[in-house]
Design a protein around this ligand. Sequence first.
Ligand code: GTR
Length: 429
Amino acid sequence: MTTRFIILTLVLLSTFLVIFGQIVPQSEPNYDENKVPKFELPDPLTTFAGKKIKTPGKWIKERRPELLAFFSENVYGKVPCKIPVHQWEVVEQSDHALDGKACRKQVDLIFKKDNHALRFTILMYLPKEIEKAPLFLGYNFYGNHTITNDPNVLISPAWTRNNESLGIVNHQLTEASRGVRANRWPVEKIIHAGYGLATIFYCEVDPDRDDFSDGIHPFCYVEDQQIPAADEWGAISAWAWGLSRAMDYFEQDKDVDASKVIVFGHSRLGKTALWAGAQDERFSAVISNNSGCGGAALSKRRFGETIARINTAFPHWFCKNFNKYNDNEDALPVDQHELIALIAPRPVYVASAEKDLWADPRGEFLAAYFATPVYELFGKKGISSQEMPPVNQPIHNTVAYHIRSGEHDVTDFDWEQYIKWANKQLLNK
Ligand code: GTR
Protein backbone atom coordinates (compact mmCIF):
# COMPACT_ATOMS: atom_id res chain seq x y z
CA MET A 1 0.00 0.00 0.00
CA THR A 2 1.46 3.34 -0.97
CA THR A 3 1.47 6.36 1.35
CA ARG A 4 -0.85 8.17 -1.09
CA PHE A 5 -3.35 5.37 -0.88
CA ILE A 6 -3.27 5.42 2.94
CA ILE A 7 -3.80 9.19 2.99
CA LEU A 8 -6.68 8.90 0.52
CA THR A 9 -8.28 6.20 2.66
CA LEU A 10 -7.97 8.38 5.76
CA VAL A 11 -9.49 11.38 3.98
CA LEU A 12 -12.40 9.28 2.72
CA LEU A 13 -12.90 7.79 6.17
CA SER A 14 -13.01 11.15 7.92
CA THR A 15 -15.42 12.49 5.29
CA PHE A 16 -17.61 9.48 5.98
CA LEU A 17 -17.63 10.28 9.70
CA VAL A 18 -18.45 13.96 9.10
CA ILE A 19 -21.27 13.14 6.72
CA PHE A 20 -22.65 10.20 8.57
CA GLY A 21 -21.59 11.25 12.06
CA GLN A 22 -25.14 12.37 12.75
CA ILE A 23 -26.59 8.96 12.12
CA VAL A 24 -23.82 6.47 12.79
CA PRO A 25 -22.73 6.49 16.43
CA GLN A 26 -18.95 6.20 16.63
CA SER A 27 -18.97 4.06 19.78
CA GLU A 28 -21.52 2.05 21.70
CA PRO A 29 -23.23 3.84 24.61
CA ASN A 30 -22.12 2.64 28.02
CA TYR A 31 -24.65 0.73 30.11
CA ASP A 32 -22.14 -0.83 32.48
CA GLU A 33 -21.91 0.74 35.95
CA ASN A 34 -18.33 -0.55 36.24
CA LYS A 35 -17.33 1.47 33.19
CA VAL A 36 -18.60 4.80 34.52
CA PRO A 37 -15.50 7.00 34.49
CA LYS A 38 -14.12 8.58 37.64
CA PHE A 39 -15.27 12.20 37.81
CA GLU A 40 -15.38 15.08 40.19
CA LEU A 41 -18.76 16.64 40.80
CA PRO A 42 -18.82 20.38 41.44
CA ASP A 43 -20.16 21.37 44.86
CA PRO A 44 -23.34 23.43 44.45
CA LEU A 45 -22.46 25.25 47.66
CA THR A 46 -19.05 26.48 46.50
CA THR A 47 -18.89 29.40 44.07
CA PHE A 48 -16.82 29.25 40.88
CA ALA A 49 -14.28 31.41 42.73
CA GLY A 50 -14.08 28.84 45.52
CA LYS A 51 -16.17 30.59 48.18
CA LYS A 52 -18.29 28.39 50.47
CA ILE A 53 -21.97 29.24 50.63
CA LYS A 54 -23.39 28.85 54.12
CA THR A 55 -26.67 30.77 54.17
CA PRO A 56 -29.81 30.87 52.01
CA GLY A 57 -29.15 34.59 51.51
CA LYS A 58 -25.72 33.96 49.99
CA TRP A 59 -27.13 31.18 47.83
CA ILE A 60 -29.80 33.52 46.49
CA LYS A 61 -27.49 36.50 45.99
CA GLU A 62 -24.25 34.88 44.88
CA ARG A 63 -24.37 31.25 43.90
CA ARG A 64 -27.79 30.90 42.30
CA PRO A 65 -27.23 33.77 39.82
CA GLU A 66 -23.83 32.51 38.67
CA LEU A 67 -25.13 28.97 38.17
CA LEU A 68 -28.20 30.25 36.37
CA ALA A 69 -25.99 32.38 34.12
CA PHE A 70 -23.75 29.42 33.34
CA PHE A 71 -26.64 27.14 32.35
CA SER A 72 -28.17 29.99 30.43
CA GLU A 73 -25.11 30.88 28.36
CA ASN A 74 -23.48 27.48 27.99
CA VAL A 75 -26.15 24.79 28.13
CA TYR A 76 -29.67 25.87 27.09
CA GLY A 77 -28.98 29.36 25.71
CA LYS A 78 -30.40 32.65 26.85
CA VAL A 79 -33.56 34.24 25.54
CA PRO A 80 -32.13 37.24 23.68
CA CYS A 81 -35.12 39.58 23.81
CA LYS A 82 -38.38 40.15 25.62
CA ILE A 83 -41.51 38.90 23.86
CA PRO A 84 -44.56 39.68 25.96
CA VAL A 85 -47.95 38.11 25.33
CA HIS A 86 -49.59 40.52 22.89
CA GLN A 87 -53.06 39.24 23.53
CA TRP A 88 -54.97 36.14 24.61
CA GLU A 89 -58.13 34.82 23.21
CA VAL A 90 -60.45 32.20 24.67
CA VAL A 91 -61.18 30.28 21.49
CA GLU A 92 -63.47 27.70 23.06
CA GLN A 93 -64.88 26.89 26.47
CA SER A 94 -67.46 24.67 28.10
CA ASP A 95 -68.80 23.97 31.58
CA HIS A 96 -69.74 20.45 30.60
CA ALA A 97 -66.45 18.72 29.91
CA LEU A 98 -65.73 15.20 31.18
CA ASP A 99 -69.40 14.40 31.74
CA GLY A 100 -69.93 17.64 33.54
CA LYS A 101 -67.11 17.14 36.06
CA ALA A 102 -64.84 19.80 34.59
CA CYS A 103 -64.70 23.06 32.72
CA ARG A 104 -62.69 23.11 29.52
CA LYS A 105 -60.98 26.17 28.11
CA GLN A 106 -58.86 26.56 25.01
CA VAL A 107 -56.94 29.79 25.19
CA ASP A 108 -54.65 31.13 22.48
CA LEU A 109 -51.66 33.22 23.47
CA ILE A 110 -50.78 35.55 20.64
CA PHE A 111 -47.35 37.10 20.02
CA LYS A 112 -46.49 39.83 17.54
CA LYS A 113 -43.29 41.67 16.77
CA ASP A 114 -42.35 43.51 13.58
CA ASN A 115 -43.46 41.12 10.85
CA HIS A 116 -43.45 38.06 13.12
CA ALA A 117 -46.58 36.42 14.48
CA LEU A 118 -47.08 33.29 16.53
CA ARG A 119 -49.86 31.75 18.57
CA PHE A 120 -50.17 28.67 20.71
CA THR A 121 -53.16 27.10 22.38
CA ILE A 122 -53.37 26.18 26.05
CA LEU A 123 -55.89 23.41 26.62
CA MET A 124 -57.21 23.53 30.18
CA TYR A 125 -59.45 21.24 32.20
CA LEU A 126 -60.44 22.65 35.58
CA PRO A 127 -62.31 20.86 38.37
CA LYS A 128 -65.78 22.37 38.68
CA GLU A 129 -66.11 22.44 42.42
CA ILE A 130 -62.87 24.34 43.08
CA GLU A 131 -62.91 28.07 42.76
CA LYS A 132 -59.23 28.59 42.04
CA ALA A 133 -57.61 25.34 41.09
CA PRO A 134 -53.99 24.32 41.56
CA LEU A 135 -52.69 23.24 38.19
CA PHE A 136 -50.39 20.77 36.49
CA LEU A 137 -48.89 22.36 33.39
CA GLY A 138 -47.06 20.27 30.81
CA TYR A 139 -46.30 20.15 27.13
CA ASN A 140 -47.55 17.28 25.00
CA PHE A 141 -45.68 15.65 22.10
CA TYR A 142 -48.37 15.20 19.46
CA GLY A 143 -51.02 17.85 19.87
CA ASN A 144 -53.62 18.75 22.48
CA HIS A 145 -56.20 16.50 20.83
CA THR A 146 -54.03 13.43 21.50
CA ILE A 147 -54.24 13.68 25.29
CA THR A 148 -57.98 12.89 25.45
CA ASN A 149 -60.82 11.51 23.35
CA ASP A 150 -62.78 14.72 23.91
CA PRO A 151 -64.04 15.60 20.39
CA ASN A 152 -64.03 19.33 21.19
CA VAL A 153 -60.28 19.67 21.50
CA LEU A 154 -58.93 21.61 18.54
CA ILE A 155 -56.29 20.15 16.23
CA SER A 156 -53.13 22.21 15.97
CA PRO A 157 -51.95 23.25 12.50
CA ALA A 158 -48.27 23.37 13.60
CA TRP A 159 -45.55 21.43 11.80
CA THR A 160 -44.64 18.10 13.34
CA ARG A 161 -42.62 14.99 12.52
CA ASN A 162 -44.46 12.51 10.34
CA ASN A 163 -45.65 9.43 12.16
CA GLU A 164 -48.08 7.26 10.29
CA SER A 165 -49.06 5.16 13.29
CA LEU A 166 -50.13 8.36 15.03
CA GLY A 167 -51.94 9.65 11.97
CA ILE A 168 -49.43 12.41 11.23
CA VAL A 169 -49.02 12.81 7.47
CA ASN A 170 -47.45 15.67 5.50
CA HIS A 171 -46.24 16.98 8.85
CA GLN A 172 -49.80 17.71 9.91
CA LEU A 173 -51.74 16.36 12.86
CA THR A 174 -55.04 14.76 11.91
CA GLU A 175 -58.27 13.51 13.46
CA ALA A 176 -56.74 10.00 13.38
CA SER A 177 -54.52 10.88 16.32
CA ARG A 178 -57.28 12.05 18.67
CA GLY A 179 -56.78 10.38 22.03
CA VAL A 180 -53.68 8.38 21.02
CA ARG A 181 -51.74 9.66 24.03
CA ALA A 182 -54.64 9.53 26.52
CA ASN A 183 -52.73 6.79 28.35
CA ARG A 184 -50.15 9.41 29.43
CA TRP A 185 -52.70 11.97 30.63
CA PRO A 186 -55.17 10.65 33.22
CA VAL A 187 -57.28 13.79 33.04
CA GLU A 188 -60.16 12.40 35.14
CA LYS A 189 -57.82 11.29 37.91
CA ILE A 190 -56.21 14.74 38.00
CA ILE A 191 -59.59 16.51 38.08
CA HIS A 192 -60.90 14.10 40.71
CA ALA A 193 -57.87 14.91 42.90
CA GLY A 194 -58.82 18.59 42.75
CA TYR A 195 -56.23 19.79 40.25
CA GLY A 196 -56.57 21.38 36.89
CA LEU A 197 -54.54 20.28 33.89
CA ALA A 198 -53.12 22.64 31.29
CA THR A 199 -51.26 21.39 28.26
CA ILE A 200 -49.72 22.86 25.13
CA PHE A 201 -48.44 21.21 21.94
CA TYR A 202 -44.74 22.04 22.12
CA CYS A 203 -44.23 22.39 18.35
CA GLU A 204 -46.58 25.39 18.36
CA VAL A 205 -43.92 27.30 20.29
CA ASP A 206 -41.02 25.94 18.28
CA PRO A 207 -41.22 23.00 15.86
CA ASP A 208 -38.83 20.24 16.95
CA ARG A 209 -36.43 20.33 14.03
CA ASP A 210 -33.01 21.74 13.30
CA ASP A 211 -34.40 24.85 11.65
CA PHE A 212 -34.21 28.20 13.35
CA SER A 213 -36.28 30.05 10.76
CA ASP A 214 -39.56 28.94 12.30
CA GLY A 215 -41.15 29.05 15.75
CA ILE A 216 -40.33 31.79 18.23
CA HIS A 217 -36.58 32.19 17.55
CA PRO A 218 -36.86 34.72 14.66
CA PHE A 219 -38.65 37.18 16.98
CA CYS A 220 -35.29 38.06 18.51
CA TYR A 221 -33.06 38.17 15.44
CA VAL A 222 -31.17 41.35 14.76
CA GLU A 223 -30.56 42.54 11.20
CA ASP A 224 -29.45 39.59 9.06
CA GLN A 225 -29.32 37.07 11.86
CA GLN A 226 -30.55 33.64 10.82
CA ILE A 227 -29.62 31.40 13.70
CA PRO A 228 -29.19 32.08 17.40
CA ALA A 229 -25.69 33.13 18.54
CA ALA A 230 -23.59 30.55 20.41
CA ASP A 231 -24.96 31.60 23.81
CA GLU A 232 -28.53 32.12 22.61
CA TRP A 233 -31.53 29.86 22.95
CA GLY A 234 -31.89 26.40 21.53
CA ALA A 235 -35.26 24.68 21.32
CA ILE A 236 -35.41 23.59 24.99
CA SER A 237 -34.91 27.16 26.06
CA ALA A 238 -37.61 28.29 23.62
CA TRP A 239 -40.03 25.70 24.98
CA ALA A 240 -39.20 26.78 28.54
CA TRP A 241 -39.94 30.36 27.49
CA GLY A 242 -43.38 29.22 26.31
CA LEU A 243 -44.16 27.70 29.71
CA SER A 244 -43.38 31.04 31.36
CA ARG A 245 -45.73 32.83 28.98
CA ALA A 246 -48.43 30.33 29.93
CA MET A 247 -47.67 31.30 33.52
CA ASP A 248 -48.16 34.99 32.58
CA TYR A 249 -51.63 34.00 31.45
CA PHE A 250 -52.45 31.92 34.54
CA GLU A 251 -51.56 34.87 36.78
CA GLN A 252 -54.60 36.68 35.52
CA ASP A 253 -57.00 33.76 35.03
CA LYS A 254 -59.35 33.91 38.00
CA ASP A 255 -60.10 30.19 37.75
CA VAL A 256 -56.47 29.24 38.44
CA ASP A 257 -54.42 29.39 41.63
CA ALA A 258 -51.25 30.77 40.06
CA SER A 259 -49.35 30.24 43.31
CA LYS A 260 -49.79 26.49 42.83
CA VAL A 261 -48.71 25.73 39.28
CA ILE A 262 -46.66 22.54 39.01
CA VAL A 263 -44.67 22.32 35.81
CA PHE A 264 -44.37 18.78 34.47
CA GLY A 265 -42.61 17.20 31.52
CA HIS A 266 -41.57 13.87 30.08
CA SER A 267 -38.28 13.17 28.35
CA ARG A 268 -37.17 16.19 26.23
CA LEU A 269 -40.12 18.00 27.76
CA GLY A 270 -38.87 16.95 31.21
CA LYS A 271 -35.58 18.69 30.42
CA THR A 272 -37.73 21.66 29.43
CA ALA A 273 -39.75 21.57 32.67
CA LEU A 274 -36.55 21.57 34.75
CA TRP A 275 -35.09 24.51 32.85
CA ALA A 276 -38.38 26.43 33.05
CA GLY A 277 -38.65 25.74 36.79
CA ALA A 278 -35.02 26.67 37.41
CA GLN A 279 -35.47 30.07 35.81
CA ASP A 280 -39.02 31.03 36.66
CA GLU A 281 -39.67 31.01 40.39
CA ARG A 282 -43.39 31.46 39.85
CA PHE A 283 -43.57 27.70 39.22
CA SER A 284 -44.27 26.34 42.66
CA ALA A 285 -43.04 22.81 41.92
CA VAL A 286 -41.33 20.90 39.12
CA ILE A 287 -41.67 17.32 37.88
CA SER A 288 -39.08 15.69 35.66
CA ASN A 289 -40.35 12.42 34.21
CA ASN A 290 -37.56 10.33 32.62
CA SER A 291 -35.74 13.49 31.49
CA GLY A 292 -32.29 11.90 31.12
CA CYS A 293 -29.31 13.58 29.48
CA GLY A 294 -29.47 17.37 29.64
CA GLY A 295 -32.33 16.94 32.14
CA ALA A 296 -31.98 15.33 35.54
CA ALA A 297 -29.16 12.88 34.71
CA LEU A 298 -25.56 13.71 35.64
CA SER A 299 -23.62 14.32 32.43
CA LYS A 300 -20.25 13.40 33.89
CA ARG A 301 -21.30 9.76 34.33
CA ARG A 302 -21.49 9.37 30.54
CA PHE A 303 -24.00 6.56 31.00
CA GLY A 304 -26.47 5.91 28.18
CA GLU A 305 -27.02 9.12 26.23
CA THR A 306 -24.08 11.54 26.43
CA ILE A 307 -23.62 15.22 25.62
CA ALA A 308 -21.91 14.39 22.30
CA ARG A 309 -24.71 12.02 21.34
CA ILE A 310 -27.51 14.40 22.20
CA ASN A 311 -25.83 17.36 20.48
CA THR A 312 -25.32 15.23 17.37
CA ALA A 313 -28.79 13.72 17.18
CA PHE A 314 -30.57 16.93 18.23
CA PRO A 315 -28.29 19.83 17.23
CA HIS A 316 -31.09 22.34 17.85
CA TRP A 317 -32.00 21.46 21.46
CA PHE A 318 -29.16 23.18 23.34
CA CYS A 319 -27.16 26.31 22.60
CA LYS A 320 -24.11 26.03 20.36
CA ASN A 321 -21.77 26.61 23.32
CA PHE A 322 -22.84 23.28 24.78
CA ASN A 323 -20.89 21.54 22.00
CA LYS A 324 -17.69 22.49 23.84
CA TYR A 325 -18.48 19.66 26.21
CA ASN A 326 -18.97 16.93 23.59
CA ASP A 327 -16.77 14.05 24.83
CA ASN A 328 -15.33 16.63 27.19
CA GLU A 329 -17.54 16.35 30.28
CA ASP A 330 -14.61 16.87 32.66
CA ALA A 331 -14.31 20.45 31.45
CA LEU A 332 -17.89 21.20 32.48
CA PRO A 333 -17.83 23.34 35.65
CA VAL A 334 -21.43 22.38 36.50
CA ASP A 335 -23.56 19.27 36.34
CA GLN A 336 -27.26 18.60 36.30
CA HIS A 337 -27.61 18.29 40.10
CA GLU A 338 -27.06 22.05 40.05
CA LEU A 339 -29.91 22.53 37.62
CA ILE A 340 -32.12 20.76 40.17
CA ALA A 341 -30.61 22.85 42.98
CA LEU A 342 -31.66 26.02 41.12
CA ILE A 343 -35.26 25.01 41.87
CA ALA A 344 -34.63 25.08 45.65
CA PRO A 345 -36.38 25.55 47.99
CA ARG A 346 -39.39 24.70 45.80
CA PRO A 347 -40.42 21.04 45.59
CA VAL A 348 -38.91 19.01 42.77
CA TYR A 349 -39.70 15.43 41.72
CA VAL A 350 -37.27 13.35 39.67
CA ALA A 351 -38.72 10.14 38.26
CA SER A 352 -36.96 7.34 36.42
CA ALA A 353 -38.01 4.07 34.82
CA GLU A 354 -36.15 0.83 35.42
CA LYS A 355 -35.73 -0.08 31.75
CA ASP A 356 -34.96 3.46 30.62
CA LEU A 357 -31.19 3.00 30.73
CA TRP A 358 -30.68 5.52 27.92
CA ALA A 359 -31.79 8.21 30.44
CA ASP A 360 -29.49 6.82 33.18
CA PRO A 361 -31.83 6.26 36.15
CA ARG A 362 -28.93 6.13 38.59
CA GLY A 363 -27.57 9.41 37.21
CA GLU A 364 -31.02 10.97 37.66
CA PHE A 365 -31.21 9.69 41.23
CA LEU A 366 -27.71 10.91 42.10
CA ALA A 367 -28.47 14.37 40.74
CA ALA A 368 -31.42 14.59 43.14
CA TYR A 369 -29.15 13.35 45.93
CA PHE A 370 -26.37 15.85 45.17
CA ALA A 371 -28.87 18.73 44.89
CA THR A 372 -30.05 17.98 48.41
CA PRO A 373 -27.47 20.08 50.34
CA VAL A 374 -28.99 23.21 48.79
CA TYR A 375 -32.46 22.15 49.95
CA GLU A 376 -31.06 21.42 53.41
CA LEU A 377 -29.65 24.94 53.53
CA PHE A 378 -33.29 26.06 53.39
CA GLY A 379 -34.31 23.52 56.06
CA LYS A 380 -36.00 21.27 53.48
CA LYS A 381 -35.73 17.52 53.20
CA GLY A 382 -34.22 15.92 50.15
CA ILE A 383 -32.67 12.57 49.34
CA SER A 384 -30.56 11.51 52.28
CA SER A 385 -28.92 8.31 51.07
CA GLN A 386 -26.83 7.49 48.02
CA GLU A 387 -28.55 4.12 47.97
CA MET A 388 -31.33 4.08 45.34
CA PRO A 389 -34.76 3.17 46.72
CA PRO A 390 -36.26 -0.13 45.55
CA VAL A 391 -38.32 -0.08 42.36
CA ASN A 392 -41.84 1.37 42.85
CA GLN A 393 -41.04 2.73 46.33
CA PRO A 394 -41.11 6.50 46.06
CA ILE A 395 -39.43 9.01 48.36
CA HIS A 396 -41.78 11.97 48.77
CA ASN A 397 -39.71 14.71 50.39
CA THR A 398 -39.32 18.25 49.07
CA VAL A 399 -36.86 16.58 46.73
CA ALA A 400 -38.74 13.48 45.62
CA TYR A 401 -37.64 10.48 43.60
CA HIS A 402 -38.95 7.23 42.28
CA ILE A 403 -37.84 4.55 39.90
CA ARG A 404 -40.78 2.57 38.62
CA SER A 405 -40.79 -0.70 36.76
CA GLY A 406 -41.13 -0.51 33.00
CA GLU A 407 -40.06 1.59 30.09
CA HIS A 408 -39.49 5.21 29.11
CA ASP A 409 -43.07 6.46 29.42
CA VAL A 410 -45.58 8.28 31.63
CA THR A 411 -47.87 5.88 33.48
CA ASP A 412 -50.76 6.00 35.92
CA PHE A 413 -48.29 4.99 38.63
CA ASP A 414 -46.23 8.11 37.87
CA TRP A 415 -49.27 10.39 38.03
CA GLU A 416 -50.56 8.79 41.24
CA GLN A 417 -47.23 9.62 42.87
CA TYR A 418 -47.18 13.18 41.53
CA ILE A 419 -50.66 13.83 42.88
CA LYS A 420 -49.85 12.33 46.30
CA TRP A 421 -46.65 14.32 46.55
CA ALA A 422 -48.26 17.58 45.36
CA ASN A 423 -51.02 17.10 47.95
CA LYS A 424 -48.37 16.85 50.64
CA GLN A 425 -46.02 19.55 49.40
CA LEU A 426 -48.42 22.21 48.14
CA LEU A 427 -51.75 21.52 49.82
CA ASN A 428 -50.51 20.08 53.15
CA LYS A 429 -52.91 17.16 52.67
C1 GTR B 1 -34.57 10.61 22.72
C2 GTR B 1 -33.48 11.48 23.27
C3 GTR B 1 -33.72 11.66 24.75
C4 GTR B 1 -35.14 12.00 25.06
C5 GTR B 1 -36.15 11.37 24.13
C6 GTR B 1 -37.53 12.03 24.08
O1 GTR B 1 -34.37 10.24 21.41
O2 GTR B 1 -32.24 10.87 23.03
O3 GTR B 1 -32.81 12.63 25.25
O4 GTR B 1 -35.32 13.36 25.11
O5 GTR B 1 -35.73 11.36 22.83
O6 GTR B 1 -37.69 13.22 24.31
O7 GTR B 1 -38.46 11.31 23.75
